[in-house]
Design a protein around this ligand. Structure first.
Ligand SMILES: [Zn+2]
Ligand SMILES: [Zn+2]
Length: 317
């Protein structure tokens, strides 16, 4: 049995019994000590199943499979490799019961808000948001807040970024797996997301349809005074810097996390009793639109200049 922690770049032991695997712009976590039972938290973007299985075998041994897969929520970047993993691992999947409609084909996520600033946000209308069809393979998390196979961990409902978003917490050393309840990089910016530039931030704004709940969730997590935070996006943070940063984020959430004039500010989207999505209409965005038009014009002009330069080169070369 291989008992070495994951040490290669992008894979790291975040805390005892918690390892992180970066899958491009999103993290997945392995909870559990090598040699014992373990669970996988989230499954990253599509196309990462092989890497996740290889990392699992490096940490837990040949042919290792988890006791369960637990989802912090069902956004495409957290469930992308789930179906591919389930083809090899016949294991149960757990999510909060309010997240189940998005995992069983009953409901799609609300439309994104692309005008919250940043390149990632502008691209967000292209991101898939239709549900998976997991059927009976996905179950509701235990009502007593316990996690399968790992008695030292509990789940906490942290809605806002999605209705059934959960975070995972180990009280003994205050290790928090926060999902997207808050993140440690500005996920709205394409560059920050790719480089994982460190900045304690609210949930990715383009996909957050309920800011009142999102704030309450950050307040709840800040009150736990976590020693380590392992988030869905960005590198883990720890200690006083984390605790102070989280309290600041909770206290001035409006200024630090809520997008000014965002589509869902003051008008949360919700799922009704028939699992239908109710979202406010898209408000006009003249300034953002004119920014987009200006960017497209600038790109067109640059391209034209390059074509001209190339033609001149051909002519005089
Ligand atoms: Zn998300
Ligand atoms: Zn995410």
């Amino acid at each position: 049995m291989q008992t070495e922690p994951l040490r290669r770049p992008g894979r790291a032991e975040v805390a005892p019994g918690v390892a992180r695997l970066r899958c491009a712009i999103v993290n997945v976590y392995f909870l559990g000590e090598p040699g014992g039972p373990w669970i996988l938290v989230d499954t990253g973007l599509p196309g990462f199943a092989r890497l996740i299985r290889k990392a699992a075998e490096t940490r837990f041994g040949q042919g290792a499979r988890p006791e369960a897969i637990v989802l912090t929520h069902g956004h495409f970047d957290h469930v992308g490799s789930l179906e591919a993993l389930l083809r090899v691992w016949d294991v149960p999947v757990y999510a909060h019961e309010r997240e189940l409609p998005f995992l069983t084909g009953a409901a799609s996520y609300p439309p994104p808000d692309p005008w919250v600033g940043g390149g990632m946000a502008l691209s967000s209308p292209l991101f898939p948001r239709s549900p998976l069809h997991l059927g009976a393979r996905v179950r509701a998390l235990h009502a007593d807040f316990s996690l399968p196979a790992l008695p030292e961990w509990r789940w906490i409902h942290t809605p806002g970024h999605s209705a059934g978003h959960v975070s995972l917490f180990r009280d003994s050393d205050r290790v928090l797996v926060a999902g997207d309840a808050f993140v440690t990089t500005r996920q709205e910016s394409l560059l920050s997301a790719l480089l994982q530039r460190r900045k304690l931030s609210g949930p990715p704004a383009y996909f957050t349809p309920n800011w009142t709940d999102a704030r309450a969730s950050v307040e709840r997590l800040a009150a736990l005074e976590p020693e380590v935070a392992a988030t869905g996006h960005g590198v883990p943070m720890r200690g006083r810097r984390l605790q102070r940063g989280l309290k600041k984020l909770a206290k001035s959430f409006e200024r630090r996390a809520v997008p000014r004039g965002g589509r869902y500010v003051g008008h949360a989207a919700y799922t009704d009793a028939e699992a239908r999505q109710v979202a406010p209409p898209t408000p006009p965005r003249p300034r953002a639109l004119s920014g987009l038009v200006a960017t497209l014009l600038a790109l067109w002009w640059l391209r034209r200049r390059r074509v001209r330069a190339h033609q001149q080169e051909l002519h005089f070369g």
